[in-house]
Design a protein around this ligand. Sequence first.
Ligand code: GLY
Length: 533
Amino acid sequence: MVVSVDSLASRAGLKVLQEGGNAIDAAVTVGFTLAVTYPSAGNIGGGGFMVIRTANNSFHAIDYREKAPITSAKDMFLDGAGNVIKNASVNGYLAVGVPGTVMGLWQAHKKFGSLPWDRLVLPAIQLAKNGFKVGPDLAQQLENFSEPLHKSKAVGNVFFENGKTLSTNHKLRQPQLAATLKRIAKNGADGFYKGETARLIADDMIQNGGLISQNDLDEYETVWRNPIYIRYRGYDIYSMPPPSSGGVVLAEILNTAELYPLNQYGHNSAGYVHTLVEIERHAYYDRARYMGDTDFIKFPIKKLISKSYAKIIKAKINPFVAGKSEKFDPIFSPALESEETTHFSIIDKWGNAVSNTYTLNASFGAKVMVRGAGFLLNNEMDDFSIKPGVPNIYGLIGNDANAIAPQKRMLSSMTPVIIQKNDRLFAVLGSPGGSTIITTVAQIIINLIDFEMNIRQAIEAPRFHHQWLPDVVYHEKRGLNMDTIHILKGWGYRLKSRSDLGRVQGIHLDMDEHANILKGWSDPRGSGAVSGN
Ligand code: GLY
């Protein structure tokens, strides 16, 4: 089964499984296909994280997060007076981190793949070359970003027809992207990091004041890391370690949540929201205080993910009164995260599983496309702390742990997870949503385990989010009933309703040994498709 945000990608992945490919093979196909069919977040010009479970029950995590260019500097987005240069880390060439996706898919395939690499890239080449009909979701995204995409001379006319963004059912053809993908199909990672594609990237950077050079591309490498392991109410959960904060923050949330009888409180009741929000307040404070790329900085991961630390968090929570974020020791410096990431989940017939979240950061990344190569570049540099004390557009505050340094990876919230019980797969899931990813994933896990929901109910249930600062409980529109809101306000909470939180793509296995049925669901908050047989 393959669940992703796009039906063409899910189907292409399923076809690989039907031809005898494994989950990692299918992940390569889905990853490349989304770069063509879901260009707002699917990518070859960005990066991400993949958690893998093999049929013989071993767990692996590959970090293919972007890196800061070799010539980057801590203060590169500040002017002479030390003020943040507006949008410099958001749009344009300086915002781009050294892309990791192609190397990530290449290395995952090298270690675990079984079908030939070029076969796996082929569906993406065909879709880019022959074109495909734009669906309503992509049409809407293009329209929403019409202005910055139009302004960007590097994007050219790829997404436009007669000066307007492509609307539903119009064909999107990407011949330059097809040519780039052909080089990747033929030469593997070298088709991106060396030769023609690399030359086009480096030339584009030189011509437009960007920093990425051939040197950066030569030195880019992925890292196999030990997944973060969380034991939650008898289930074993594996997720991403730093440079994503996802696994560590998820561990803090779930370990502390386990100390409360959440199912007795009732789903989305005032008591439940209060408990989870207070736990999130503490976990996100730790995120801001400590977390960054552990290849550059150290922080006490073992302590933060321990059961004893959960007891310390619990002891700080007043069961009837809202905590106050302003009472925490002040810490500074921003870290921006866009909500426009994408996730896909795959399980094959042998029990190999892939949970993959990757991104360009903002929708359509830095809004620049490599001239002659036809793919969009990320604006992941904006995930670093740009300047102490300045909250990012999502209100997240980090500290020096996440400051820019050459070849460092920027902190992320991406939280791909694989869950099992008694050595049997239980669920594979993840979500986009920037800083809201971790609380979304935590709620889905609690929905499945504590509230015994099925995957559809777990994904569709309304969600809420708190991240220490701003000190506000965000909830989806109509996500909490008026009684609950009234009680929470009485306990001292500020609440704000907002648009959707996350877009989960998940697969759940019935725990009945004899059933062995995969149940997939793609979040109705966006487009998406489950393909399986
Ligand atoms: N750019 C979003 C994230 O890494 O979490």
